[in-house]
Every structure is written in C-alpha cells, then in structure tokens.
Design a protein around this ligand. Structure first.
Ligand code: HEC
Ligand code: HEC
Length: 316
C-alpha cells in the first residue's frame, strides 16, 4: 500500500506535464496561425513562395475606380484595406476606392468555417482562392480575420491620419530599442519603393499609417523584421511606435535605393530565411521557442516529483 502512493503521485505529475505541454503547444499554434494569416492577408503569394498571379483577379472587373492591375489586384489588402474596412474605411475614397466590403463588418457573424468556405468560392465562384491557398493557409487567414483584426479608428484619425491618444515618449523608446537598428534613428536607412515612389519610414507612417500599423504588428513576409505580435506588443504599443515614426524625416529619400519594397514588400523570399545559415538559425530559434519553455517546465515538475518521492521514502 505504501508503495502505491509514490507511484500515484508520479502518474499524476506525468498527467499534469502532458496536459501542460498539449495546452502550451496549442496556444503556440493559434498564435503562429494568426501571424501567418496576417502575412497571407498582406501578400499571400510571397508567404507561400508562389509566383505572383498573372492578370487581374476575376472580381476586379466589377469596379473601375481603382486603376491598378495585375498582381496587386490579388492581395486581400488591396480590396479589403489595411484597416480591414474596405469601402467603410480608408479606401472609401481615393485611388484605392473599389467599393468592396469591410471584413470587420462581414466576419463579425461568420465562423472560421464560413470564411474558409468563402475563400473556396462557395458563395461567389469569382472569390475562389483554393487553387492557390491550401486548406491550412485558408484556415490561417480565417484565424487572423476572427482573432487578429483591430478597429484602427481607435488609434488613427481618419481625416488627419495622425495617431490619436498615443504616448510619444514610449513610442520613441520602443523605436530606438527595436527598430532603429535596421531602419536607422531617422528612419532613412531602408528606403521603400512603393508604386515607383521612394519613401522613408516617416513617409510610410504619414501616408499610410494603417499599413504601417499592420506591418508593425505582423511584420513583412520574407524579411527578418521582428513582429510586434511575437514581442508581446499590444496594438497600443504599435500605435505609439507609429506616432513616433510620424515625426521622423520625410520626403528626403536619398539616391541610395535598395529596390526593396517595390509593390510594398519583397515577394521572392519565403519564411525569412535569406541563406543557409540564417535558415538554420531560424530553425533552431523556432525549435527552442516552441520546446524550450515546455522542457523547462517539465524538468521542474520532474524535480518536484523526485523530491516528493524521496521525502515519502524517508518517512518509511
Ligand atoms: C479583387 C478584390 C478582392 C480580393 C483580392 C479579395 N477579396 Fe474578399 N471580397 C471581395 C468582394 C467584392 C467581396 C464581396 C462579394 C463576394 O462575396 O464575392 C468579398 C468578400 C469577402 C468575404 C466575405 C464577406 C461577405 O460579405 O460575405 C471574405 C471573408 C473575404 N472577402 C476575404 C478575403 C480574403 C481573406 C482575401 C485574400 C485571400 C480576399 N478576400 C481577397 C473582393 C476581394
Ligand atoms: C532586422 C531588420 C529590421 C528591424 C529590426 C525592423 N525592420 Fe521594419 N523592415 C525591415 C525590412 C527588410 C523591411 C522591408 C523592406 C522592403 O519593403 O523591402 C521592413 C519594412 C517595414 C515596414 C513596411 C514599410 C512599407 O512600405 O509598407 C514598416 C512599417 C516597418 N518595417 C516598421 C518597422 C518597425 C516599426 C520596427 C520596429 C518594431 C521595424 N520595422 C524593425 C527590416 C527591419
């Protein structure tokens, strides 16, 4: 009978460990799905490493106000906006106007399954992405649309495009510690080329704060840029960085052009691995991030188990 007690305790400890690991990996998974979904929303063919589709997206011909053509017309962001509000948001007028719907409104009463069905063209055959996005990718976009959307009107004034209620000093700190390394203290180290125009980070922050906020939260597919979401930043942290970035140098893009940023983001890279070494490092990093905390937890629990068992033995 006395022998049974340690065994029971040990089994219980094992069960706790098992459940914790399962839970931890589930949380990790849904976070990763959300981020992947956000990047797919930005530029799915860059994330999936697919060649950019040729010609216009079939639905494109239902409007004539937005005169862009080809590849751009296939991006969720071009039709539904960087604020996810389509015709009800920043794209209610201007050169991006299409009249296409707000996903904040539309997805409110859709389930993830409904969204995936829509992406398979089940409600509108012209909205069929299933020959490009597999089941997994469609599920990730759906997760993002259900769990990752924010209402930008809480953070950005729709007329002046300036940040509302931000904390400039906090934004300055976050920028200097996390962004300046690559973008430079003045935001001019990387010059973006968007639709033929060269822009500093300050230009992007002022001209398209919605895109800035989306990309600060979720990064740019194919780059090594850190993701606010992974750093545990709240949308308000992203807003503060945006507020600071709006004060950075503007309209001074030098001749030193990287060519990067064409079509607002690189398209040829996959998963941020630029060469073999960074690929291997990214792999090891991801492995450690996933299993490191679980391993630590497991070790601590096993130690506790051993201590209890020894203590009980002593009492015998
Ligand atoms: C060429 C423009 C265009 C692109 C690109 C596009 N959509 Fe749409 N989307 C529309 C239009 C127009 C509608 C409304 C008509 C319809 O349902 O087809 C719509 C509807 C939707 C709906 C359902 C909303 C409702 O009212 O039922 C969802 C969800 C959606 N889109 C998500 C996406 C996602 C995710 C992507 C990227 C993978 C995407 N869309 C790409 C134009 C586009
Ligand atoms: C490791 C280097 C690196 C760091 C650190 C970094 N970025 Fe980036 N960032 C990039 C690269 C590379 C691009 C893509 C350039 C291009 O478009 O080709 C980019 C693009 C962007 C864009 C998109 C601009 C556009 O035209 O849409 C924004 C916004 C941005 N970064 C903001 C930030 C912010 C805010 C931080 C700090 C949280 C940050 N970045 C940290 C490397 C970095």
């Amino acid at each position: 009978m006395k022998r049974l007690l340690p065994v029971t305790i040990f089994t219980l400890v094992l069960m706790v460990i098992g459940t914790s690991i399962a839970l931890a990996s589930e949380i990790q998974d849904s976070g990763t799905d959300l981020v992947a979904g956000a990047q797919l929303y930005d530029k799915w063919y860059a994330v999936l490493g697919l060649p950019a589709p040729q010609g216009d997206m079939p639905i494109w011909s239902r409007q004539s106000t937005n005169t862009r053509s080809g590849t751009e017309t296939w991006r969720c962001s071009e039709c539904h906006g960087w604020d996810y509000k389509g015709v009800n948001g920043a794209y209610a007028s201007g050169s991006h106007y299409t009249g296409f719907p707000s996903l904040i409104l539309a997805t409110a009463d859709m389930t993830e399954e409904d969204i995936v069905a829509h992406l398979k063209g089940e409600n509108d055959s012209a909205h069929d992405f299933s020959s490009y996005l597999d089941e997994n990718a469609m599920g990730q976009v759906a997760t993002f649309l259900k769990e990752g959307l924010i209402d930008d009107s809480e953070y950005i004034d729709s007329i002046s495009l300036k940040v509302i209620n931000g904390d400039l000093e906090h934004g300055n700190e976050l920028y200097d510690s996390t962004c300046a390394e690559c973008h430079g203290e003045d935001g001019m180290k990387i010059i973006f080329r968007t639709e033929g125009v060269d822009e500093t980070l300050g230009d992007v922050a002022n001209r398209d704060p919605f895109r800035f906020l989306h990309r600060t939260r979720f990064g740019v597919a194919g780059t090594e840029m850190p993701l606010g979401y992974d750093l545990g930043w709240t949308p308000a942290d992203g807003r503060d960085v945006l507020m600071y970035a709006q004060t950075l140098a503007r309209g001074k893009a030098s001749e030193e052009i990287t060519g990067a940023g064409e079509g607002s983001g690189p398209s040829e890279l996959i998963g941020g691995a630029t060469n073999l070494w960074t690929g291997i490092l990214t792999g090891i990093g991801a492995f450690l991030a996933t299993f490191g905390s679980a391993l630590l937890f497991l070790t601590v629990l096993v130690l506790i188990g051993v201590l209890i068992v020894t203590a009980l033995r002593r009492r015998n």
